[in-house]
Structures are given as C-alpha cells and as structure tokens.
Write a protein that binds this ligand. Structure first.
Ligand SMILES: [Zn+2]
Length: 237
C-alpha cells in the first residue's frame, strides 16, 4: 500500500479565513536534564474533553518548570488517550475553537498539521468503506448566512521515519523529556514495519506535523473531487 503526505494547497483556490486554537494544552516543559524549554507541534486529541478534570485550568499555554508536576499532569490525561501515544509537551485537547468566514473547500487545513472536513464530505468518504475516519466536533463561529459544518479529523500518532532518512550523528533523545530536534528530511522515508494496517489516515508519530494518508484514501479523495489537498508520495522501506 502506497502512502502519501497530505498538505494544504498554497495559495488556496478558495477564499476563506479561519483563526483557531484548541481548548486545552499539556504545558510546555523546561527540562531539568537537558535544560531545553520546548513544546511539540501537532499532537492533538480533539475528541478528548478535559472539562471533568478538576485541574483542567492547568492545561493551558504555559511552561511547566517542575518535571514531576508535568509528569503528574500527563498521567492525569493518559487514560483518556490511545495507549502508547507520546503525549508531548504542547499536546492539545478538546474541540477546536475559533472564528472565520468564507468559502471553504471540502478539506480545510487551518494549520498544516490540522485537518478539517465538511460534514457532507466526511459522509461521502465514510460511505466508501475507508477505515479509521472520525470527525470530531468543533466550536467555530463562522460569519456566513449558511455556514458549513466543519469537523476535525482524528489523527492519531502512528508510524515512524526510517533511520536511513534521518540526519547522521543524530544524538539520542533526552532521557528525561524525550526532546530531540531535527528538521524533517527533504526526502522522508517511512519505516514499513511501523505503519499501521488498521486505518487510512494518521499522523506520523516521529514527526507529528506530517499527516499521512493511504493510497486508498488519496484515490477516493481524488475520485470524489474533494478539494483542497496536495499529496506527495512517501516511500517506505
Ligand atoms: Zn530533556
């Protein structure tokens, strides 16, 4: 099965504007071991509602200096997310909030690592038997007389970059916080054995701003004429 990176088309052929943010964030972290202050980008659980958590007020854009406290907060949300996911500093939770207006394509990237879909387009895709497609409710105020229903597609972190495409001499990740910064290789290769076989859409676990779709998904999007997504094949090894 071939795999493709899905990206926004720039400039968009549609005229729209959307400013968004997720409701809650695992804080950024100042690590006591490597001394980096950092936050990942991309990891998101839009269907996970933290409002029942007594300490949900601590899940906001800020830096946690105490690694023990960071770990405690992360453990509070661990039972609410799929087993084994990274939960990096900066992971977001809850419905995407925001404001916007315009003429939206069937597929909308408010950021390159967030994918929204119009309700009728999701129905059409799901009717074809594609696997693992779930639309999560959003909280968007769209200033139009007949605004579309925009849902956020669930994108769980799965799959890894192949070591062959990574920079040579890459140091190991920090033993405490897992921090490891590198640029996405210009020719990314995916590690075949890490690729999930139970879904047609996911986020790359080792580079979470990368959204990956299967050949089946891409063919279906193109057959149904669902704008507006640019695809590039990601070889596997
Ligand atoms: Zn560290």
């Amino acid at each position: 099965m071939r795999l493709y990176r899905l990206r926004n088309v720039t400039p968009s052929r549609y005229s729209w504007d959307l400013r968004t943010e997720h409701q809650w964030l695992l804080p950024g972290l100042h690590c006591p071991t490597c001394d980096e202050t950092w936050s990942g980008i991309g990891e998101a659980y839009p269907a996970v509602d933290l409002s029942e958590l007594p300490e949900h007020g601590k899940f906001k854009a800020r830096v946690e200096e105490d690694f023990g406290e960071f770990t405690r907060l992360r453990n509070l949300v661990r039972p609410l997310v799929p087993e084994g996911v990274p939960l990096e500093p900066g992971t977001t939770f809850g419905a995407l909030r925001g404001r916007g207006r315009g003429n939206f394509p069937p597929l909308v990237f408010p950021t390159p690592w967030t994918l929204l879909i119009r309700g009728e387009a999701l129905d059409a895709l799901q009717a074809t038997g594609l696997r693992g497609l779930r639309g999560c409710k959003t909280d968007l105020r769209l200033r139009d007389s007949n605004p579309p229903e925009l849902l956020e597609l669930k994108l769980e972190p799965r799959g890894l970059l192949h070591p062959d495409c990574l920079p040579r001499n890459l140091p190991p990740p920090c033993a405490t916080c897992g921090e490891l910064t590198f640029s996405l290789p210009t020719e990314p290769i995916l590690e075949a054995r890490s690729i999930p076989t139970d879904r047609d859409l996911f986020r790359l676990a080792s580079y979470q701003t990368v959204i990956v779709g299967t050949e089946r998904l891409v063919e279906t999007i193109q057959r149904l004429g669902l704008d507006e997504v640019e695809v590039r094949e990601l070889p596997t090894r």
